[in-house]
Design a protein around this ligand. Structure first.
Ligand SMILES: C[S@@+](CC[C@H](N)C(=O)[O-])C[C@H]1O[C@@H](n2cnc3c(N)ncnc32)[C@H](O)[C@@H]1O
Length: 228
């Protein structure tokens, strides 16, 4: 599938905004999201739709993985990660290196099954990822994800719902695969995960106070486990 690549500046702004949220007005929203990264454990971890925060996320995992793979459809995600001089990003990369986390970045479409991922991961993480797909695609994605996880493996899914974004920002998100028009709501999302063989072990919804300014009304975080 041919997609319109996000420009590197778009990725840069996205990354910087995330850090501004963590430190500033939306520290509570960010803390809620980051607290769920603590459910990531095990030696082999996959971050789907990893975005530019791929390295930053490691420090919130409960265990340092020896293998950590990021998959994203936007090549600019990876050129930004490679070329940026952002001090936070440089520190996060250094942290991975010092702790011998073997990182691999792959540009590709998560809707395509990857044989080399079969039964390989202890944890799979999707931040702002699974919830952006329309129903039929989410089903395909979960079929793949289920095969990628080992028995007893965990899937951590964090998603943003109730769109309040300004028109221009929304348009760009749709153009660059950061969101999709016909995505699924919170309750239906969980049902689709359960139908795909995932068992819900934890769920929490954060109600954003200044929805219009933040751009979203709700953040849902879920932890699923699988038994094969
Ligand atoms: C809303 S962003 C989330 C980025 C990051 N995970 C975060 O924590 O903010 C969605 C990400 O999913 C990626 N993406 C969208 N569709 C994809 C697909 N089919 N396969 C792989 N990555 C995809 C986008 O390029 C983007 O980086």
């Amino acid at each position: 599938m041919k997609i319109e690549q996000a420009p590197e500046d778009y990725i840069k702004e996205y990354y910087e905004q995330d850090h501004e949220d963590i430190m500033g007005k939306y520290s509570k929203e960010s803390a809620f999201v980051l607290s769920y990264l603590n459910y990531v454990s095990g030696k082999s971890v996959l971050n789907l739709g990893c975005g530019p925060q791929f390295y930053d996320h490691i420090k919130y995992f409960s265990e340092l993985p020896s293998e950590y793979i990021g998959l994203d459809i936007n090549q600019s995600t990876f050129s930004f990660i490679e070329n940026s001089n952002n001090p936070e990003l440089l520190m996060a990369k250094e942290n991975a290196e010092e702790n011998n986390v073997k990182t691999t970045l792959i540009c590709g479409d998560a809707l395509e099954f990857r044989k080399e991922f079969d039964n390989r991961f202890d944890s799979i993480l999707g931040v702002g990822f699974f919830g952006t797909f329309k129903k039929e695609d989410l089903k395909i994605l979960l079929k793949n994800t289920h095969l990628y996880l080992k028995t007893g493996g965990k899937l951590i899914n964090i998603g943003w719902f109730d769109n309040y974004l300004p028109e221009e920002e929304r348009k760009n998100k749709l153009k660059y695969q950061f969101d999709r028009k016909t995505k699924v709501g919170t309750d239906e999302t969980i049902k689709i995960f359960e139908k795909a063989g995932f068992k819900l072990v934890k769920k929490n919804i954060f109600d954003v106070s200044d929805k219009e300014d933040y751009g979203w009304g709700k953040i849902m975080a879920c932890v699923f486990e699988i038994k094969k």
